[in-house]
Ligand binder design. Structure first.
Ligand SMILES: Cc1ncc(COP(=O)(O)O)c(C=O)c1O
Length: 367
């Protein structure tokens, strides 16, 4: 049996409705900040329960612009987790700041109990990453942020539709960045991102900044950048908004089935703790595995496209060498990097395919 990791061919197997809208866009030539952008932003914000959504060129740019908008300047520090996708940290560096890492917990998210000791007078933002679509413990982080008077920019790039107690991830800090990349929960046909904020001031500033600082055609109010959400991608996004909730529910169902099937394989397999009251979006389904590399090879041979997100933590990447970190600095993260495995759990799989994954993992450890 084959259990593929990618589902894009299935998801967009019938693209005619989207293509019809794109054909109409080409007829009108409304490519840049067209009407669909405003409509998409408004519906995106409403869906999250936020006042504003500002469409930009990518999730990375959403984070960089949001960090700068809350006041991050060259030489400042931004606290984040070292097990994230490189873009979180790239966004901090692009804003001119120094990433300061904090180790993670058993849920593969930043350990809130360790954040306080990483905060210094130079800390200008906390950037929790809702990795895999699993909400970070935001109550603890909001408490620290308020007490230390440091803004929060949530990296919600992997976590559209995730929530804590019914409140959408991305609405807990001053601002949040979402990615609309093809491998993300709301996935358009190329690069795109969204910044979400409740602040009218931040939203106004970000709308200017993403479009060269132009208040109107001839008035440059501030120096900005070109990071606009394409009208074409907004059209694609509008087609997907209403489907994302059901997709997440399906993924949650699949994750529960895998959790139940894999739990008896402890200690070979460690299923991370599942926090009650939290809606994990399961962009990726990640567990820890003994002899991880052997398991991945075995699964791939048996047709199960297992992957690793991510095998080398950011603090140990060549790009990070000037930050001064070394192996052993974040023991939980480093151990997880050796053990984590991502199993296919997406919405287009069948229960038969999920059960086959469990059977193959079981067989690997019973040999
Ligand atoms: C955790 C995280 N942060 C940021 C990004 C950046 O998003 P994008 O690829 O849209 O720039 C991604 C995805 O690539 C991500 O997974």
């Amino acid at each position: 049996m084959r259990v593929p990791y990618s589902y894009l061919d299935r998801q967009f197997a019938e693209p005619d409705a989207i293509l019809a809208d794109i054909r109409e866009l080409v007829r009108r030539g409304d490519y840049t900040l067209g009407a669909a952008v405003g409509e998409f932003e408004e519906r995106y914000a409403r869906m999250l329960g936020a006042r504003h959504a500002i469409g930009v060129g990518s999730g990375t740019e959403a984070l960089t612009l949001a960090l700068q908008a809350v006041g991050v300047r060259p030489g400042d520090e931004v606290v984040t987790a070292p097990n994230t996708f490189i873009a979180s940290v790239g966004a901090i560096v692009a804003a001119g700041a120094r990433p300061v890492f904090v180790d993670v917990n058993a849920e593969h998210n930043i350990d809130a109990a360790l954040i306080e000791r990483a905060v210094t007078p130079r800390t200008r933002a906390l950037m929790p990453v809702h990795l895999s679509g699993n909400p970070v413990d935001m109550a603890a982080i909001v408490e620290i942020a308020q007490r230390r008077r440091v803004p929060i920019v949530e990296d919600a790039c992997q976590a559209f539709t995730a929530a804590i107690g019914g409140r959408a991830v991305g609405t807990f800090g001053e601002a949040a960045g979402f990615s609309l990349h093809p491998l993300k929960p709301l996935n358009v046909w190329g690069d795109a991102g969204m910044i979400v904020t409740d602040s009218d001031t931040l939203a106004d500033h970000l709308r200017l900044r993403r479009n060269h600082g132009l208040r109107d055609r001839d008035t440059v109010e501030i120096f900005g950048v070109n990071s606009r959400l394409d009208t074409l991608q907004a059209l694609v996004g509008l087609h997907l908004l209403d489907t994302t909730g059901a997709v997440t529910e399906r993924r949650i169902g699949h994750a529960r089935r895998l959790d139940a099937g894999l739990a008896p394989l402890a200690p070979h397999i460690t299923v991370p703790p599942r926090r009650p009251g939290v809606r994990h979006a399961y962009l990726t389904y990640v567990v820890q595995a003994q002899d991880r590399d052997g398991l991945v090879r075995f699964l791939v041979e048996r047709g199960v496209e297992a992957k690793v997100h991510y095998p080398v933590p950011v603090h140990l990447q060549p790009a990070a060498k000037d930050l001064g970190y070394k192996p052993g600095d974040f023991p939980v993260c480093e151990r997880q990097a050796r053990e984590i495995v991502t199993l296919p759990a997406h919405q287009h799989l069948t229960f038969d395919q999920l059960d086959y994954v469990v059977e193959q993992v079981t067989e690997f450890y019973s040999r």
